[in-house]
Design a protein around this ligand. Structure first.
Ligand SMILES: *[C@@H]1O[C@H](CO)[C@@H](O)[C@H](O)[C@H]1NC(C)=O
Ligand SMILES: *[C@@H]1O[C@H](CO)[C@@H](O)[C@H](O)[C@H]1NC(C)=O
Ligand SMILES: *[C@@H]1O[C@H](CO)[C@@H](O)[C@H](O)[C@H]1NC(C)=O
Ligand SMILES: *[C@@H]1O[C@H](CO)[C@@H](O)[C@H](O)[C@H]1NC(C)=O
Ligand SMILES: *[C@@H]1O[C@H](CO)[C@@H](O)[C@H](O)[C@H]1NC(C)=O
Ligand SMILES: *[C@@H]1O[C@H](CO)[C@@H](O)[C@H](O)[C@H]1NC(C)=O
Ligand SMILES: *[C@@H]1O[C@H](CO)[C@@H](O)[C@H](O)[C@H]1NC(C)=O
Ligand SMILES: *[C@@H]1O[C@H](CO)[C@@H](O)[C@H](O)[C@H]1NC(C)=O
Ligand SMILES: *[C@@H]1O[C@H](CO)[C@@H](O)[C@H](O)[C@H]1NC(C)=O
Ligand SMILES: CC(=O)N[C@H]1CO[C@H](CO)[C@@H](O)[C@@H]1O
Length: 837
């Protein structure tokens, strides 16, 4: 593609703008990605456009830029864009072009990971389920039907972005593209066909002539000119497969995703920074945070099974877009420092020597040197002598960076950014808070309800589809709903050998949730526990002589998104048996090969009961509001909280279901699913290799209680929340809240400045809860004064300088707070906890 200058003339809300963008030449050598011939240190972060809203994008991207990023990375989500064959959707939060342009307007680059298999804890890894139902298809291997579909979609995306001149040679922000995704992890199971497929992927991608490098992550045998890249918690040991490929890290997991039944994952700021610093120390030049902003799995987009609606990921920006402090700020400092060392890191000669078990790496270029000291010991701090008798102490599991090889400017374990504690606040915009019995106050939400209509149809066995045996749920439904009904009837007499006084209905299901009814009466439910999704449902049943109606409702909770042939993992009911057991013999009557009628989805889904403007919706009732009744729709109106803080709805008390605000899905809810007690740890030590089993919190409480309601879903006055309650719950405690910074803690060592802030937006410091200069003990929220505090009480000083302000900066020194009794050997610090309005 030729390079040139592209200009465009546009009219935007009465503003004439005239912009010229010049072609950007993206190449690479064995050291780095080169932009216009210059090697670059690139720091990137993943933000998936469908996991937020277009109204949130500019703010998220600006915060990423302020956080020191120069690149945004996203996958492209095939099943969202092509819900039905050749029917495409690029509207709303699927407006990929708008997202890329938002990144461009912020002056950042973009890495486009087309996949089109994406994993990403996204439903079915991004594959449309209709694809699975094309006869003869085999996904992600050397199969002509699959390859044709993959090529059509990949080309569509490339053409769409090319038409808008969004690739770098056209002056656009897209500097790198990705084909396939982590295929190397599962390739060996596909044998020769897998190798042929990967070669085909490379050739197909190259033929699209996008004019920027293509990458393949986790693909050791990526054919040239594809660049193979690393994904993982740490990537310092990774080496690309070709001397001409730079060392790139496409997924540095900033945290982890969460399952129903799991607690909150947490990866410390110290450990993420450590992994980044070691990567750049060992010659890495491009690194991407997975995720930088995780966001929300709206609608039915969650992968799984059993992954929660929030995709917060403990990322540097939280689900709502607020800085996750100290992670955001601690990494920002590292980014700014690495960028300031860009030239020496990409052109300098590195040399590494070992000094008492530490790796000391020195990069030298043009007479300038920068150093990294890394201590990989998990328990012991280390002191080394470098530069003629200067001593440096490097804490365990940390890296010190000395941009001039003299003065330590950053250490990954020394966090100076404040820790912000986010809180939920009640919705003060709601009028007339209702007094509940016991003096408790609840918001004035009043509810109407409608039953999900089952009595006349499904429970009597009337389904529009019929099959001669049980059908797999994806095959039967194309995944157009979570819900799939299986109905059959069984004629049975008292002389049937299965007829005993102990008859059980046994259902073997591949998940994910099962509800069973016999002769129109509910008999029980079950779902997979601890992440397992195959389970056996067993229930004693009373049958009538003659005809009996069996109705099973199977519900999916996100289709599997990862693993060898994950796409073939069955869902739904696989066998149904009646088992008679009279104590002497067991008689099995297999109903699996019966004639089965099926129905896709709920009546209310068809009639759009979730949309208050639907003309077909069932009548809402305002009397006898049911509680703990399954299959019920609930509706309420509410006034949104004032201000700009993120809005959440607290669904405590509800069972499992789906929620909509003004007809827009805010995702599945399941607050009755508590996080397993045993998997949390009371303490969290950043030292030692991280895994998602470490530092888990919030066990024994709902895995997800609060659900994000993006501000752009809300109208000024009257808004409508509709819930479909599947298993039974009570809406009496449901209320809207805002998420805001409640308090913050910060510390600064002697001679440094302490910065404290209530997060902007006009929010001010309301009080100082704790302040001490000395050897403070404890953690944020429970600090204790040490034994050698400085002579002047620091509290009034800090109150004077901070209260009433949005932020304040305080010098931590004996000059200011008076002499301490700590002595030379104790490292003194100023520690403060503030509260915010
Ligand atoms: C792009 O940059 C490379 C060096 O990285 C150079 O060899 C090449 O000629 C440049 N291409 C154009 C079209 O300027
Ligand atoms: C809890 O920990 C156990 C043992 O490590 C593990 O097998 C299980 O999957 C964990 N459960 C959750 C919900 O994370
Ligand atoms: C130091 O570098 C060597 C060689 O690259 C490597 O094998 C070793 O793991 C590194 N040690 C530390 C502490 O990083
Ligand atoms: C950490 O350092 C201590 C003391 O030097 C040493 O005994 C220990 O073996 C080290 N641990 C590792 C994993 O290197
Ligand atoms: C260290 O000190 C010696 C003697 O004072 C001097 O010759 C040498 O240049 C110094 N090296 C560095 C790195 O400063
Ligand atoms: C699933 O989708 C395919 C392709 O659009 C279609 O041919 C098929 O009839 C659908 N199956 C069901 C059960 O709706
Ligand atoms: C249940 O079904 C699964 C998948 O079809 C099968 O592997 C398993 O053996 C079945 N279990 C029983 C008890 O029938
Ligand atoms: C699931 O986890 C719970 C709580 O840790 C435990 O009691 C139960 O045995 C586990 N079930 C399975 C099937 O592993
Ligand atoms: C009833 O049948 C089930 C399974 O068939 C068996 O496990 C159970 O022991 C039986 N109960 C009695 C009282 O016989
Ligand atoms: C092999 C592996 O663990 N892959 C994971 C990489 O991270 C993404 C994002 O969380 C997951 O989707 C993959 O399962």
């Amino acid at each position: 593609m030729g390079l040139g200058i592209y200009c465009s003339l546009g009219l935007v809300i009465a503003f004439l703008f005239y912009s010229c963008v010049s072609a950007i030449n993206v190449t690479h050598d064995g050291r780095a990605i080169m932009i216009d011939g210059k090697r670059r240190v690139l720091i990137s972060g993943s933000i998936h456009y469908p996991r937020s809203t277009p109204e949130m994008w500019p703010d998220l991207i600006q915060k990423a830029k302020d956080g020191g990023l120069d690149t945004i990375e996203t996958y492209v989500f095939w099943n969202a864009h092509e819900p039905n064959p050749r029917q495409y959707d690029f509207t709303g939060n699927l407006d990929l072009v708008r997202f890329v342009k938002t990144v461009q307007n912020a002056g950042l680059y973009l890495v486009l990971r087309i996949g089109p298999y994406v994993c990403a804890e996204w439903n079915y890894g991004g594959f449309p389920v209709w694809l699975h139902n094309i006869p003869g298809i085999e996904m992600r291997t050397d199969n002509d039907i699959y390859k044709k579909e993959m090529e059509i979609f990949t080309k569509l995306i490339v053409d769409k972005l090319s038409a808008e001149k969004l690739f770098a040679p056209q002056g656009g922000p897209v500097i790198i593209a990705q084909i396939e995704n982590e295929y190397g992890n599962i390739m060996k199971d596909y044998g020769e066909a897998g190798k042929a497929y990967i070669k085909w992927c490379a050739t197909m991608a190259e033929s699209l002539n996008v004019g920027v490098p293509w990458i393949m992550c986790q693909q050791d045998d990526a054919p040239q000119p594809m660049i193979n890249t690393c994904n993982g918690w740490y990537c310092h040991d990774f080496q690309p497969n070709n001397p001409n490929s730079p060392k790139m890290w496409t997924e540095n997991w900033t945290g982890w995703f969460k399952g129903w039944g799991a607690g909150d994952p947490h990866r410390t700021a110290e450990d993420v920074a450590y992994s980044v610093a070691r990567f750049y120390q060992t010659g890495g030049t491009f690194q991407n945070y997975y995720m930088y902003h995780g966001g929300t799995n709206f609608g039915r987009t969650t992968g799984g099974p059993y992954i929660v609606t929030s995709y917060d990921y403990d990322a540097p920006l939280d689900e709502y877009g607020n800085p996750n402090q100290p992670k955001y700020g601690h990494l920002k400092q590292l980014h700014l420092l690495l960028k300031s060392m860009e030239e020496v890191l990409t052109y300098g000669e590195p040399s590494t020597q070992q000094i008492s078990n530490l790796n000391v790496t020195k990069y030298t270029y043009n007479g300038k040197s920068s150093c990294f000291f890394s201590n990989a010991n998990e328990t012991d701090d280390a002191t080394i002598t470098y530069n003629n008798n200067t001593q440096y102490t490097i804490p365990a599991w940390s890296v010190s960076i000395l941009p001039d090889c003299q003065k330590e400017v950053y250490n990954t374990a020394k966090v100076t950014t404040q820790t912000s504690i986010m809180v939920k606040k009640p919705n003060t915009a709601e009028q007339n808070p209702k007094k509940l019995r016991g003096g408790k106050q609840a918001s004035a939400l009043s509810w109407v309800w409608a039953p999900e209509y089952v009595e006349d149809t499904t429970l009597r066995g009337n389904g529009p589809l019929t099959y001669d045996s049980l059908i797999e749920q994806k095959a039967g439904s194309n995944d157009t709903s979570d819900y799939f009904w299986y109905m059959t009837s069984v004629d049975i007499n008292k002389d049937d050998p299965v007829w005993t006084n102990n008859m059980t209905l046994q259902v073997n299901t591949s998940g994910h949730v099962l509800h069973a009814f016999v002769n129109g009466v509910y008999v029980g439910s079950d779902w997979g526990k601890n992440g397992t999704y195959n389970f056996i449902f067993d229930k004693n049943v009373n049958l009538n002589p003659g005809k009996n109606q069996i109705t099973l409702l199977s519900a999916t909770v996100g289709l599997k998104n990862y693993g060898y042939q994950f796409d073939l993992t069955p869902t739904g009911v696989s066998s149904v048996q009646l088992i008679g057991n009279n104590g002497n013999e067991v008689v099995v009557k297999d109903l699996s090969k019966n004639k089965w009628a099926n129905k896709i989805g709920l009546h209310g889904e068809q009639k759009q009961q979730y949309n208050a403007h639907s003309h077909h919706a069932g009548v809402w009732l305002n009397h006898n509001l049911p509680s703990n009744k399954m299959m019920v729709w609930y509706k309420t109106t509410f006034t949104p909280p004032l201000g700009k803080d993120a809005v959440v709805v607290d669904l405590q008390g509800m069972g499992k279901g789906h929620a909509w605000v003004n007809g827009k899905s805010i995702g599945r809810y399941w607050p009755s699913y508590l996080a397993t007690e045993s998997n949390c740890s009371a303490t969290c030590d950043y030292r030692g290799p991280y895994s998602d089993k470490k530092c888990v919190t919030n066990c024994g409480v709902p895995s997800q209680r609060w659900y994000h309601v993006p501000r752009s879903f809300l109208q000024k006055d009257k808004n409508i929340l509709i819930l479909f309650e599947e298993t039974g719950g009570s809406p009496s405690q449901v209320n809207f809240q805002t998420v805001t910074i409640g308090s913050a803690c910060g510390q600064a060592h002697d001679g440094n400045n302490l910065e404290l802030s209530c997060g902007g937006n006009g929010r001010t410091i309301s009080s100082v809860k704790f302040a001490s200069f000395g050897d403070v003990k404890g953690t944020c929220g429970s600090f204790l004064k040490g034994t050698c505090e400085s002579s002047l009480d620091s509290l009034p000083t800090i109150q004077k300088e901070c209260v009433g302000k949005e932020s304040c900066v305080i010098e931590a020194s004996e000059n200011k707070f008076g002499e301490s009794k700590c002595g030379k050997d104790v490292s003194k610090k100023l520690v403060v906890e503030i509260a915010c309005y």
